[in-house]
Design a protein around this ligand. Structure first.
Ligand code: PEP
Ligand code: MN
Length: 341
């Protein structure tokens, strides 16, 4: 950390800054420039986190030099990670398609959606048994029954399963049935849930919060990693914007930024970003072109009767177009589509 003093700061103010750093347990190194003095701080992470110097008289600016997230940062892990989900890789050499219904509704609907996903080239099946809904009157998911359906469909199709867990108390039961736990947008900063998912021994997909900065997102990932689980896949799913025509605004920059900041793989969910079927394939193409390690989309055999997010679910021609994009684009980027097991 570097503390930049204002040009008119005097010796007393500098001495107070140095003493604050040292009292907190850090070492302070003073460099006097022509117009300004800077104080370099060397200290452990706990000291840096708690050090409160911004408001001290004479302090102009405080700059963090190292990322506050350690385990998930690229600084300490030069190689990009590959996360293994039930035998399916998500990492730098491949583009992994994850597809399935937004919500598990019935065994028939889930199996039909899984078959559609397979035909489009998906290697993993998605589907929510626990649905965090904005409205308390909306379908909340089938719970454990939904998990059983997902496990049956995995047995039938061979597709490993990604499904959301919304509460710490459900982490064990979801982990028993799923190959990867999803932490949704609304729970990105549910720290107890992040920690519980970090301790359960299954890969975790961490979706970006609706208004989360990159640092907040990676700090959330750090909560999972800190519990011993580095099998984390980030998922960009659009952020809140001022434009009402789209559900959320897909932040394509998040893909190269996360690759620059972190060793974790990053995938993109264009379905929850767009909220509209016609935008999903163009956004998926953009994600792959930007270097995403995977794409996750909603599919449904009958979107018009879907209990959740029907307007964004792919069927028919759009799904075929998605399958083609996932097959043809990755080789242009030196990758290949992850084949199904
Ligand atoms: C989902 O993927 O089903 C979901 C609820 O997504 P998000 O958390 O991104 O809204
Ligand atoms: Mn949804």
């Amino acid at each position: 950390m570097v503390i930049v003093m204002s040009p008119d700061a005097g010796d007393t103010q500098l001495a107070e800054v140095v003493s604050t750093v040292e009292t907190a347990g850090g070492a302070a190194f003073v460099s006097r420039g022509v117009t300004r003095t800077i104080v370099g701080v060397v200290a452990g992470e706990d000291v840096l986190e708690s050090l409160d110097v911004v408001g001290l008289p004479g302090v102009a600016e405080v700059v963090r030099i190292t990322a506050p997230y350690k385990l998930v940062s690229h600084e300490n892990h030069p190689r990009t990670s590959t996360v293994n989900v039930g035998g399916v890789p998500i990492g730098p050499d491949t583009v992994t398609l994850i597809a399935g219904p937004c919500a598990v509704e019935t065994p028939e609907q889930t199996l039909a959606a899984a078959r559609m996903a397979q035909r489009a080239g998906a290697a993993l099946l998605r589907g929510g048994a626990y649905k965090p809904r904005t409205s308390p009157y909306a379908f909340q998911g089938l719970g454990v029954e939904g998990l059983r359906i997902l496990a049956e469909v995995r047995a039938e199709t061979g597709l490993p399963v990604v499904t959301e867990v919304t509460e710490s108390k459900d982490v064990d039961v979801v982990a028993e049935h799923a190959d990867m736990l999803q932490i949704g947008t609304r729970n990105m900063q549910n720290f107890a849930l992040l920690q519980a998912c970090g301790s359960v021994g299954k890969p975790v997909m961490l979706k970006r919060g609706l208004t989360a900065t990159y640092e907040e997102w990676l700090m959330a990932a750090e909560y999972i990693a800190q519990r011993g689980n580095l099998d984390i896949v980030l998922c960009e799913r659009g952020v809140r914007s001022f434009e009402p025509a789209i559900r959320n605004m897909l932040d394509v920059s998040a893909v190269p930024m996360m690759h620059a900041l972190s060793h974790l793989p990053i995938i993109v969910d264009p379905s929850h970003a767009a909220g509209r079927r016609d935008l999903v394939v163009p956004l998926a193409r953009a994600a792959i072109a930007a270097g995403a390690d995977g794409v996750m989309v909603d599919v449904h055999p009958h979107p018009e009767t879907a209990r959740c997010d029907g307007p964004q679910a792919l069927t028919g021609t759009e799904l075929a177009a998605l399958g083609e994009a996932v097959e043809t684009l990755p080789p242009l980027l030196g990758r290949k589509r992850t084949p199904a097991l």
